[in-house]
Design a protein around this ligand. Structure first.
Ligand code: SAH
Length: 218
């Protein structure tokens, strides 16, 4: 399998063709080896235009969605970023390439452990990971310049708004369990303004300020 060629095709056909234009973002998608972040039996599909299962009922998001969320964060390289939903660690690696420091929270311990050891192995050793309910944010290192939520929220969790710096940007999918809108939230002088970028479908954000554990099971 020529992953480099598949990766170049993904950037051209899925990202550039759909309007991803931030050169720094595109450069990182050319670089990060997505096939390392998917289960070995799904590796051949690592550059497909869809999410893939990573176990525990969770998914690694579609490449375009990862790129859109990343571009929406407007990273220049000096930011401290909080990510909620480490999952496979792919988005974490992308954010690490584009910012100063990434703090990533995952509620499922087995996924967090797997992602953490993979990120270390690939040289992303400065990432800080935490097994916890990310709807509460990560108070210890707050406030953050950027916050990215990679699971579908029913509302914007207030602790995340509180932990976002003034002039900061938060990107978060908000909606019901089956479909959401990707929102970009900017904080200015304590007030928040929100715009919608795209419709999307994410696994649910589960926690105190999110969905309950048995959501979708009824
Ligand atoms: N960025 C990841 C997306 C994984 S899917 C990737 O591309 O691989 C979303 C992840 O959010 C899942 O791993 C899920 O377990 C996690 N999640 C859901 N609710 C959470 C919460 N309250 N706190 C932290 N992680 C959460």
């Amino acid at each position: 399998m020529n992953y480099k060629r598949l990766r170049q095709g993904m950037v051209k056909d899925q990202l550039i063709a759909r309007g991803i234009s931030d050169e720094r973002v595109l450069a990182v998608f050319y670089k990060v080896e997505r096939e390392k972040f998917v289960p070995s039996d799904l590796r051949k599909d690592a550059y497909g235009d869809f999410p893939l299962s990573i176990g525990e009922g969770q998914t690694i998001s579609q490449p375009y969605m990862v790129a859109l969320m990343t571009q929406s964060l407007e990273l220049k390289g000096c930011e401290r970023v909080l990510e909620i939903g480490t999952g496979s660690g792919y988005q974490t690696a992308i954010l690490t390439e584009l910012s100063e420091q990434v703090y990533s929270v995952e509620r499922i311990k087995s996924l967090a452990q797997k992602a953490e050891s993979l990120l270390k192995k690939l040289g992303y050793s400065k990432v800080k990971t935490f097994v916890s309910d990310g709807t509460m944010g990560w108070e210890e290192f707050s406030p953050y310049d950027r916050i990215l939520v990679t699971a579908g929220a029913k509302q914007v969790p207030q602790p995340l708004v509180n932990q976002l710096k003034d002039e900061g940007i938060m990107v978060i999918p908000v909606g019901n369990v089956y479909s959401q809108e990707l929102r970009v939230i900017r904080k200015k002088k304590g007030r928040v303004r929100s715009t919608t970028v795209e419709r999307c479908i994410f696994v649910p954000l589960i926690g105190k300020y999110g969905w309950s554990e048995n959501v979708g099971a009824e």
